[in-house]
Design a protein around this ligand. Structure first.
Ligand code: FAD
Ligand code: SF4
Length: 487
């Protein structure tokens, strides 16, 4: 049987044709020279690759580049970046197979997308549920409704510091992790390779066994409380009831379909409520597959689109995850989460980090690159639509109907950050002005012309025109942006 070349994000059994198929793994140092990744991401990927090398008939080649390591006939499942696909196509003797690791196929997506003016998640998600018979009762959605988002948008419960969701089981590091840590220390010392973020105990699965344990734990203990506070943030509970499964799914250790099936089974057995299960399935079958297909469906130039003409560079305190330099409590806490874990959940990514960057007019490509490097689950395919399209609105609305811009009032409603902050979410101008509130209005003012035709922005723009202190606010924000100092 032809040996299967597995990239480091194709490590689970669903990337093989039979369990005993011989495997080639390549550990390439060049990857870490190209970008300064989060130290914990480098650790996780290397640990996962080296653990996989211990299972079955595996040839692990350590090489500077992939091309050096490939010298026999191989098959490979479609890789997850354009650069890797180009490389595979150029190498002689390597047969490129269709992608695995997603629920829907490229043909399904293209047949759904072609001829549509707007590509919207909700429409794709319904198509995918019907097509793959997920959470369906015959031809109808389970429970009679496709979308239970309204039940999943509650603010955090008041007066509590944590949700009542048992923490995921801790990972126990082994001698492979010890070796990885020593190698990374040496690369930093001797090879000039640099990382961002803090090192720390490995927090995410590097093996299929660890990943399955996390999945079982999530479905049993955390999925039942996942739904209502899915969009909420608590300073004392960075994980809330999220699954933390993205690093394992993106490494290929879990098949997204098995994750979806376990969640649906919990609903069918009465162990988890429909709203939470629907919300969770929507994330994986909907969002994850959607952004994967958009990466390939949109033209390669999509990554560089910049419809709002945002051209500022990322300031160094943000690029280097210097959370201690930041006084704004929400931003400081979220940035510290990235620095210490390489992971924060969806709302801090979208409504704190992405929102702040968009308000300031930072270059979308640089923001996408920052997310790619700084998150343990970051890969090019997932960044492009999530950051450039969804969080920075740099595509002018090809994948979302309005910018995810929000001021302090939203963050105050959906978190417990504002109470302990030196800023006031209601104040726009002056020393106490919340940077998100002031940033929101200055974003609208700067982009008024570009957003005027969007009917969902009519109300906010009317609000902007009614502001009596707009001139003072814009002067203040220009000065703050000019200084590039942390808020
Ligand atoms: P849960 O809330 O438990 O959701 C379950 C699963 O759904 C996740 O594990 C993930 O596999 C999938 N999922 C949910 N939303 C998305 C989405 N928008 N795109 C793709 N998959 C999704 N996700 C990544 O996997 N890697 C990234 O680098 C990444 N960067 C992001 C950057 C920005 C600016 C934004 C707005 C979102 C990003 N996401 C990314 C999507 C999402 O925030 C994470 O998948 C999620 O927070 C991971 O935590 P979790 O596993 O606990 O997710
Ligand atoms: Fe964040 Fe503004 Fe609230 Fe402070 S007041 S925590 S900066 S939203």
């Amino acid at each position: 049987m032809t040996r299967r070349w597995l990239f480091a994000d194709q490590l689970g059994p669903h990337f093989l044709d039979t369990p005993g198929q011989p495997v080639l793994l390549v550990e390439s140092k060049a990857v870490f020279r190209r970008r300064a990744f989060h130290r914990q991401k480098a650790h996780l990927v290397l640990s996962a690759l080296r653990h996989r090398a211990q299972q079955g008939d595996v040839r692990l080649v350590r090489a500077e580049t992939y091309a050096e390591a490939v010298n026999e006939p191989l098959t490979v499942c479609h890789p997850t970046s354009r650069a890797a696909r180009g490389l595979v196509r150029r190498l002689p003797g390597v047969e490129l197979l269709p992608p695995r690791g997603f629920v829907t196929t490229p043909d399904e997506f293209v047949s759904w997308a072609n001829g549509r003016d707007h590509l919207r998640l909700e429409d794709f998600y319904r198509y995918a549920r019907r097509h793959h018979d997920v959470l369906m009762d015959g031809a109808e959605p389970a429970g009679g409704r496709w979308n239970l988002d309204a039940d999943n948008r509650e603010p955090p419960p008041r007066g509590v510091q944590r949700l009542d969701a048992p923490a995921p089981p801790a990972i126990v590091e082994d001698e492979i992790d010890e070796q990885v840590r020593a190698d990374l220390d040496r690369w930093e010392r001797e090879d000039g390779i640099t990382f961002v973020g803090n090192d720390g105990p490995r927090l995410f699965p590097a093996t299929r066994t660890e990943a399955l344990a996390r999945l079982r734990h999530f479905v049993t203990y955390r999925l039942p409380v996942f739904g209502p506070h899915e969009d909420a943030m608590l300073a004392g509970d960075p994980l809330m009831a999220h699954s933390l499964l993205s690093p394992a799914i993106n490494l290929g250790l879990l098949d997204p379909l098995e994750v979806i099936e376990r969640a649906e089974q919990a609903y069918r057995e009465g162990a988890a409520p429909l709203a939470g299960v629907e919300g969770f399935v929507r994330q994986i079958l909907g969002w994850r597959d959607f952004v994967w297909h958009l990466y390939w469906y949109f033209e390669p130039e999509y990554r560089a689109v910049n419809e709002l003409h945002a051209r500022k560079q990322l300031p160094s305190w943000f690029a280097e995850l210097d959370a201690d330099a930041v006084e704004a409590r929400c931003l400081s806490d979220v940035l510290a989460g990235v620095r210490d874990r390489g992971w924060v959940h969806h709302i801090p990514r979208l409504m704190v980090l992405g929102n702040y960057a968009m308000q300031r007019g930072w270059r979308p490509g640089a923001v996408a690159d920052w997310f790619h490097r700084s998150f343990v689950d970051g890969y090019e395919w997932v960044m492009t639509a999530n950051v450039v399209g969804m969080s920075q609105y740099a595509d002018g609305g090809r994948m979302s109907s309005k910018p995810y811009a929000a001021g302090g009032a939203y963050l105050h409603r959906m978190s417990d950050y504002c109470g302990g902050c030196r800023y006031d979410p209601k104040v726009r101008v002056g020393d106490d002005a919340c940077p998100f509130t002031a940033g929101y209005w200055s974003f609208l003012a700067r982009n008024e012309a570009a957003l005027t035709g969007n009917h969902r922005m009519r109300q906010p723009l009317q609000g902007l025109r009614r502001l009596s202190d707009l001139d003072a606010l814009l002067k203040q924000e220009d000065a703050r942006n000019f200084r590039s100092s942390a808020p």
